[in-house]
Design a protein. Sequence first.
Length: 367
Amino acid sequence: MADQDSLDGLDLNALREQIDQLDLEILERISARAQCALKVAEVKLKESPDAVFYRPEREAQVLTRVMERNTGPLGNEDMARLFREIMSACLALEKPLEVAYLGPEGTFTQQAAVKHFGQWVKSKPMPAIDEVFREVEAGACKYGVVPVENSTEGVVNHTLDTFINSGLRICGEVELRIHHHLMVGPNTQSGKISRIYSHQQSLAQCRKWLDAHLPMAERVAVNSNAEAARRVHGEWNSAAIAGEMAAELYDLEILETKIEDSPDNSTRFLIIGNEEVGTSGDDKTSIVVSMRNEPGALYHLLRPFNDHNVDMTRLETRPSPSGNWTYVFFIDFAGHLHDDNVQQALADIRTKAVEVKLLGSYPKAVL
């Protein structure tokens, strides 16, 4: 590979020749990596016909190492995304991944699935969050992607509630910066917009912008932003709030970009599956805890995290399906189930809890 010193002083034609040579070297290296991936598949299949090809902890380690070793001029995330696509293509040679997501096509959940698994994943839209869970539980898809919380609107209660009775595990997470755009169809008269379609959370996340620019327009909540984009394609007086993927999919024109009220608006998505994930070195664990309804219950729940130096990153409360006025706690904390201090904290919690359910230990979001 050429270094910076060898490029200094070259004219345009020489630089182009250098780029052609570098492209050839990159092509050869990627092809060699793909061949190695095929060999990995052969070895795994010899060891077991039910071999696991996708290893979340392994991919997280590779991407983290890429970002740590990157020297520029490309940014760390840009470089990691390039490697993500290489890994996605190579994994597809071993065994294509089938992933269910909250649809329809063009949703932010699909965008999160592509960000996490790469363009080579086979994604399947499902009409509801519980349908994503059922698709994975039935084995029709290897993994599922569901939203769990938004930085401005809070948790997605449907996702949390579905975990209570599901045997699936959390295998990973992905964080997606959410940008909302105002878009219209080819027949829309942009000066006469009287109706805005979008998901209720997106309408809430763009409330201030709508109040200032389209205060008289009716705001109609639909099942998803992609559904909103599909509806406005043939209408003349309506617009949709959705993401760029939806605009491309439904052939809409974006009138205004990034109309979300919060510039840091982001959503966290969970990857659900059946396997236990190994340690990556920078992990997170999620649990559900049912406590007895008695004085000091919350204190007894939280104290073990302090006693064993476990960093709790989120605590959410939901009504328990087992009875009135009882609750379950959804807890995220740093560390892996195999870590000694995590095991000690969980052991202490179990002495006071009615039930402790492990949802999964998984790598923290890299991208």
